[in-house]
Design a protein around this ligand. Structure first.
Ligand code: ZN
Length: 278
């Protein structure tokens, strides 16, 4: 199906949107695959509103749009206090990647919302990017399939966080080098989640020397054989899940983390990876 748009026309094929642009210089049509991104937060009242006048979701969306030079991402925001908690069935069906930030209001999120997100991910390939204290969100626990405990504790203190790129070949690490966030909350390993497929980033905290797997990539859902254990497996392993899930640790609501260009780059990369642009 083709519908007119200022870009030329847009066609929708099997859930992915392709924007077709006319380039007068070359008289050629080129296709740019684009994905629909929904940045959700719990509309926290405890975020620093001087840093985040539009709350966290606006800063995260701004970071994505800033890097979205080639127009691949169509970014919207939503929050907990909206109808259907910001994620109706209709909105979910029109989302390719969901970015999730929650903290103090996890309990208010409907169980059914988390179940719908899981269904959309496992059966239809919705990509999911979970940030910071979203480790305890119903959405993350449903989609990752684990309790999300921080078994090395957490601390709000004077920590800096050193982030080491462990998998420089992974698309989420593209253009990212080791970096330091001068102020962040500490999370300590072990992180109580199923093993990831790739540990992309690892963090070290300055006050207590704790470490944490701060950038983790999984595939989840249809395509994975839950019975597979190990062994030769015909070279196939457990298989690849329909949905890509990324967890990125930094993002405490009282620090300017989501204004940081390196953090923005990681989230941009994670969204592109979860949306299968790379
Ligand atoms: Zn925090």
């Amino acid at each position: 199906m083709q519908t007119p748009s200022p870009w030329g026309f847009t066609k929708v094929t099997s859930g992915l949107t392709y924007r077709v642009r006319y380039r007068p210089q070359s008289n050629e049509m080129s296709e740019t695959k684009s994905i629909r991104v929904l940045v959700w937060d719990e509309n926290p009242s405890h975020a620093d509103m001087k840093l985040y006048p539009g709350n966290l979701r606006a800063a995260i969306a701004e970071g994505l749009n800033e890097l979205n030079q080639n127009g691949e991402l169509v970014v919207k925001t939503a929050h907990l206090d909206e109808p259907d908690q910001g994620v109706s069935d209709e909105i979910l069906a029109e989302t390719d990647v969901l970015v999730w930030w929650g903290h103090a209001r996890h309990g208010e999120v409907a169980d059914s919302l988390a179940e719908r997100v899981k269904e959309r991910a496992y059966k239809h390939g919705l990509g999911v990017v979970v940030l910071h204290s979203g480790h305890y969100s119903k959405v993350f626990k449903e989609v990752v399939g684990g309790p999300g405990h921080l078994k090395g504790g957490w601390r709000e203190s004077t920590d800096s966080e050193t982030i080491r790129v462990c998998a420089p070949w992974h698309p989420v690490a593209a253009g990212v080098e080791d970096f330091v966030l001068e102020n962040e909350e500490m999370y300590g390993a072990p992180f109580d989640v199923p093993p990831c497929e790739t540990l992309v980033f690892q963090s070290l905290f300055s006050v207590g020397g704790e470490s944490f797997p701060s950038g983790m990539a999984w595939t989840v859902g249809d395509g994975i054989d839950p019975e597979f254990t190990s062994g030769p497996g015909g070279g196939k392993g457990q298989g690849e899940g329909k949905s890509r899930l990324f967890y990125f640790r930094p993002g405490h609501e009282t620090y300017p983390t989501y204004l940081d260009s390196r953090v923005r780059k990681v989230i941009y990369n994670a969204v592109r990876w979860a949306g299968r642009l790379v």
